[in-house]
Design a protein around this ligand. Structure first.
Ligand SMILES: *[C@@H]1O[C@H](CO)[C@@H](O)[C@H](O)[C@H]1NC(C)=O
Ligand SMILES: *[C@@H]1O[C@H](CO)[C@@H](O)[C@H](O)[C@H]1NC(C)=O
Length: 159
């Protein structure tokens, strides 16, 4: 009996310690409170030479149906497609990601050529952006760590 509860306690501590160690690596330890959590990467793509909103916010056309990839260390680890409003969203299990890696070793790449939303824009290359942490939010019991693209640039060699 005592042995059993020790084992259960050990398992519990193991479960708590692992995510905390990961969070502290990124200096986000205090934000990742609850055991359950999600990473969310969200952004809007615009149909402009650099994917940005530009000066005239409401008049800037969006980039729908664009294939968006999360690439880490050269590997595609998640994909999403922008909707008719140019919005994409990815949910990731934090257990599979070191937060520090997400910020320093991963990028968002848009593999659909800009020409598909505006024929005057390049038909080769694509947009890339690093990630930026924008804060956490709580949805039901889940602690959600929110990220967004830090700012896209055009990369002529992206394929
Ligand atoms: C923004 O776009 C709207 C609609 O095309 C236009 O009427 C307005 O003059 C533009 N504003 C600027 C600052 O370019
Ligand atoms: C298409 O892109 C060109 C070059 O950036 C721009 O001048 C033009 O206004 C764009 N057309 C639309 C419909 O957004």
């Amino acid at each position: 009996m005592a042995l059993k509860s020790l084992l259960v306690l050990g398992l519990l501590i193991g479960c708590i310690a692992l995510p905390l160690a990961q969070a502290q690596l990124a200096g986000l330890g205090s934000l990742l409170g609850p055991l359950l959590g999600l990473l969310r990467i969200q952004g809007i793509l615009y149909c402009t030479p650099n994917g940005g909103i530009g000066g005239n916010a409401t008049a800037t056309p969006v980039f729908p149906n664009a294939l968006v990839q999360l690439q880490c260390g050269g590997n595609v680890v998640s994909t999403a497609t922008t909707d008719s409003s140019g919005v994409f969203s990815m949910l990731l299990d934090p257990v599979n990601f070191l937060l520090s890696t997400l910020l320093s070793g991963c990028r968002i790449a848009v593999n659909t050529p800009l020409a598909s939303c505006n024929a005057s824009l390049p038909s080769v290359g694509g947009l890339v952006s690093n990630l930026q942490f924008i804060g956490n939010s709580v949805a039901s019991l889940l602690n959600v760590l929110n990220f967004m693209p830090a700012g896209f640039v055009f990369n002529a060699n992206l394929h």
